[in-house]
Design a protein around this ligand. Structure first.
Ligand code: CP
Length: 318
């Protein structure tokens, strides 16, 4: 595998899940594969789970790891071509990337949407330059429009916990004090659309996602109706996608906070969230601490999804 930025890069999902269970059964099985190989993890944005789980995955495979936080200790990077660089950014990303590629075998990149220009974000301007210029296999550790390592871990988790072959999975918008990217909901929708699950998205009007990601999902504006009979509730906030509202907060309505009230109409659904989560904005203490909350096993599966992706990239180096 030369790149991993979306669901299509992983190929057959059934095989990917089987490989995940194989790795989970013996996560050091391929520890020789990464001997004398180096992973470089580049963070333009903060992280807890992605940083730790991906580093753990690399060590499962015997790799060395270098981590660089672009905004802490590195030169500030200019990312636009044609800019007269007389400001506070002494290095251009188009030199920095090939230099980074000199010191490693595989590169992981985290670069969120900036919400300054939807085209800049949705063209994946940052990670695509890593793919173009690094000379190395590149994988997303959450880019502007997708978070595939998270979605892969979410899929593994649903496959582990589902009680029926075709569970009802509901992704719900929930309020948040700050504008958040659409990467997680876009990506979750993209992966769910590749399954045969009954997949429903619910959000207030104005929070419609890019139709390319919504795909064949049913969109239901009535949250209570959407939750009826659900087997999994996947909560997430996102800022508006559409037109001039791109990146804006249109609602902080706490009626959308996931609580026992909504969970009562589900099929005793499991509660999922990618974390970090704002309690009593996204979800109540009772629900996230309740017996149906699987947010911790979901986070644990980040190590598994990252191990599968890195394994496939290492196999591609040969
Ligand atoms: N879910 C997730 O990607 O968490 P971090 O932002 O902490 O990496």
């Amino acid at each position: 595998m030369k790149q991993f930025t979306n669901v299509h890069d992983i190929g057959d999902l059934r095989k990917a899940v089987e490989e995940s269970f194989e790795i989970k059964n013996d996560r050091f099985k391929y520890v020789e594969l990464g001997r004398n190989k180096t992973l470089m993890m580049i963070f333009f944005n903060s992280s807890l789970r992605t940083r730790l789980s991906t580093q753990k995955a690399a060590t499962n495979l015997g790799m060395n790891v270098i981590v660089l936080d672009i905004n802490q200790g590195a030169w500030k990077l200019e990312t636009e071509r044609g800019v007269i660089m007389d400001g506070d950014k002494p290095e251009h990303i188009r030199e920095a990337i090939p230099v980074m590629g000199c010191y490693c075998d595989i590169i992981g990149v985290r670069a969120f949407a900036r919400f300054e220009d939807r085209d800049f974000d949705y063209q994946e301007t940052i990670i695509n330059q890593f793919i173009e210029l690094s000379g190395r296999p590149v994988f997303s550790m959450e880019a502007a429009t997708r978070h595939p390592l998270q979605s892969f871990a979410d899929l593994i988790t649903i496959e582990e916990y589902k009680k029926t072959a075709r569970p009802k999975v509901v992704m719900t918008w929930a309020p948040h004090p700050r504008p958040l990217p659409q990467a997680v909901p876009n990506s979750f929708a993209e992966w769910m659309n590749e399954t045969d699950y009954d997949f429903v998205i619910t959000h207030p009007e104005g929070y419609e996602l890019d139709p390319a990601f919504v795909g064949k999902a049913k969109v239901e504006y009535d949250q209570m109706k959407a939750f009826e009979g659900a087997d999994f509730i996947y909560a997430k906030n996102w800022a508006a996608y559409s037109g001039e509202n791109y990146g804006k907060i249109l609602s902080k309505d706490r009626d959308w906070t996931v609580s026992d009230r909504q969970m009562a109409v589900t099929n005793n659904a499991y509660f999922m969230h990618c974390l970090p989560v704002r309690r009593n904005m996204i979800v109540t203490d009772e629900v996230i601490e309740g017996p149906q909350s699987i947010v911790i096993p979901e986070a644990a599966n980040r190590e598994i999804s990252a191990t599968v992706v890195l394994k496939r990239m290492l196999e591609g180096l040969k």
